[in-house]
Design a binder for this molecule. Structure first.
Ligand code: HEC
Length: 246
């Protein structure tokens, strides 16, 4: 199926999501102890000692053991803004993301050069990763939250033969493209999505400017299935959306 053929299937989601937990204030044990101390009376000292000891043990316990489920949930949601997954410099350029190979894997379209007149516009394998906090949100609601980052890592076709049969097998890393949804930083971009290219050959650029929307955004806007994202090629995201509980 070509990109254009998929247009009729387009169903974009425009929901606006705010991160309500960003505003939540979580008292640290020290703050809590201080609050207790300020209303302290002598006969409460024993009780205070016990409470402080329990808090101290809890703090040490957290440091040496695994995160509790509540703690993990709080951390995941509190970090869901793009600022925690990627960084911009003072000129508004995106610094090349690192660590994305540990993110949630969405899928790998492949446009081999030999099926595209010798040079595919985006060569060749495209492994797509999504920041886990945004994936977490998408899984729950079926919407891409503010702060979604999608990294598309380009990998050449290596060998065409393996013991499993003939085909296309991944060769070397050759490029990197990124899209970011951020309604305050990119309020003028259609759908609040901004697109960045770090090049199609190594060494990659260290930083990238926002691409003009005619270069990237318009094709995504016109052809992608869900909110500028080509979920029709990402089974992981389609499945997550199908099971979203919103
Ligand atoms: C002619 C249409 C077209 C243009 C122009 C285009 N893209 Fe895409 N893009 C696609 C398609 C189709 C996919 C999914 C399939 C694939 O990767 O082959 C995709 C996927 C992506 C993805 C993975 C996340 C997603 O939205 O599905 C990123 C990131 C991306 N493109 C970045 C860019 C950047 C950066 C530019 C501009 C330099 C750009 N694209 C221009 C068609 C386009």
């Amino acid at each position: 199926m070509t990109v254009l053929q998929s247009m009729y299937r387009k169903s974009r989601s425009h929901s606006r999501v705010t991160n309500s937990l960003n505003n939540s204030v979580i008292n640290t044990p020290t703050q809590e102890s201080r609050m207790i101390n300020s209303s302290q009376r002598p006969r409460q000292r024993g009780l205070l000692f016990v409470v402080s000891a329990v808090i101290a043990i809890a703090v040490v316990g957290t440091a040496v053991s695994f995160e509790s489920p509540t703690e993990a949930a709080r951390n995941t949601t509190a970090n869901s803004h793009s600022a925690s997954a990627i960084q911009f410099n003072e000129d508004g350029e995106l610094l090349r993301p690192t660590g994305y190979r540990k993110w949630t894997y969405a899928g790998t379209p492949v446009t081999p050069n030999d099926m595209n007149a010798g040079k595919a516009p985006f060569p060749e394998f495209h492994s797509v990763y999504m920041n886990p906090d945004a994936y977490d949100h998408y899984q729950k609601t079926g919407d891409f939250p503010d702060g979604t980052v999608l990294v598309k890592e380009l990998i050449s076709v290596g060998t065409r033969k393996a013991t499993s049969g003939n085909g296309y097998f991944m060769g070397e890393f050759i490029g990197l493209e990124v899209s970011v949804k951020d309604k305050s930083r990119f309020k003028d971009q259609p759908g609040y999505w901004a697109y960045f290219s770090f090049g199609h050959e190594y060494p990659l650029l260290d930083k990238a400017k926002v691409q003009p929307s005619a270069s990237c955004n318009e094709c995504h806007d016109g052809n992608a299935d869900d909110d500028w994202v080509f979920t029709q090629y990402y089974p992981v995201l389609r499945s997550a959306k199908m099971h979203a509980t919103k």
